[in-house]
Unconditional design. Structure first.
Length: 324
């Protein structure tokens, strides 16, 4: 990380399916100021970029304006690091290929780099969190979707086209649930926050026992409701976590066979469900992992505060931006 004392700050921005969070970060990884907007509120990408800049420019001015900033780093679903584009992101309101890095660069006058949101989280974890000192690990983000950042030999795996590391779209169940990407049975249809809510609706129909979840209209159930019910001892809700953790643990056993990571780090709201989800994940992982890998890969929780982690990860890109 190269720090230019004349440009002591970077911007980190995380574009999620629900919220977009952005902040000013210094070289020590302190988020000095931040703000957010609702991603889904803007039908066109131009309206969205305007809305972000309307809130971001005043933050830049608090710290001396654009000339004090080395770069802007953006983490986004389906973000292509090589091209600075978001391409065909199923969980975002704008379709097709969007030259987002160039759009922000034009508006802000600061060099901008963009990567996949899970890659940004992996960079944040490596720079400031649970992956400090690790050279081989996999970051799994459990949010609106399931994302992954794969680090091999200290470097993020981007592949030849900039899109490597879509483990959320590995098929977990053949001919399973329809995914936003158009295929069937992707891991994210089961193990994202949205997937947990889908499982809840299926379980409520398939089973007849009483459950706190029956008090909520089925279409309104979110993963937090399932967690709240499970903590109160609701058997059906606990079984939803068991089912989800089992699918994820089996998938992680497969991922270990691919890159033999020292650790798999889980990040995002769902990972905060503690033993409810971690125990079934660990159990399924241990039961399904190839013998030569048994007991070698640690399952860790992210050490970064949720809001900060993605912003910090994205900001790490900001230090490395090539100035034109």
């Amino acid at each position: 990380m190269t720090v230019n004392m004349e440009k002591p700050y970077v911007v980190g921005m995380d574009i999620g399916g629900t919220n977009t969070v952005f902040g000013v970060v210094d070289s020590r990884g302190n988020v000095l100021a931040s703000d957010s907007i609702k991603t889904q509120d803007y039908e066109t990408i131009d309206e969205y970029v305007d809305a972000v800049c309307k809130k971001l420019i005043p933050l830049l001015q608090q710290f001396g304006g654009a000339e004090k900033f080395k770069g802007v780093g953006v983490g986004a679903p389906n973000g292509n690091y090589y091209k600075g584009t978001i391409e065909f992101a199923p969980n975002l309101p704008w379709k097709g290929v969007i030259p987002l890095a160039a759009m922000f660069e034009d508006k802000l006058g600061i060099p901008t780099a963009l990567t996949n949101d899970a890659n940004a989280a992996a960079i944040g974890e490596m720079t400031y969190g649970a992956a400090r000192g690790l050279r081989d690990f996999i970051m799994i983000t459990l949010g609106t979707g399931v994302g992954s950042g794969i680090v091999v030999n200290g470097q993020l795996v981007y592949g030849h086209d900039g899109f490597a590391g879509e483990l959320g779209h590995v098929i977990a169940e053949r001919d399973g649930r329809i995914c936003g990407c158009g295929r069937k049975g992707c891991l994210e249809t089961y193990c994202s926050a949205t997937g947990v809510a889908r499982t809840a609706r299926e379980f409520l129909v398939a089973r007849s026992e009483p459950s706190l979840l029956r008090e909520i209209p089925a279409e309104e159930i979110v993963s937090k409701d399932v967690y709240d019910a499970a903590i109160k001892g609701d058997k059906l809700a606990q079984d939803i976590f068991e089912y989800t953790g089992n699918i994820l643990g089996r998938a992680l056993a497969d991922f270990i066979a691919f890159s033999s990571p020292e650790a798999i780090i889980l990040f995002g709201g769902l990972a905060k469900s503690g033993d409810l989800i971690m125990k079934p994940i660990q159990k399924a992982m241990d039961e399904n992992v190839l013998k030569i890998y048994a007991g070698k890969t640690k399952l860790l929780l992210s050490q970064l505060k949720d809001a900060d982690a993605a912003v910090l990860g994205a900001s790490a890109l900001g230090w490395e931006v090539k100035e034109d």
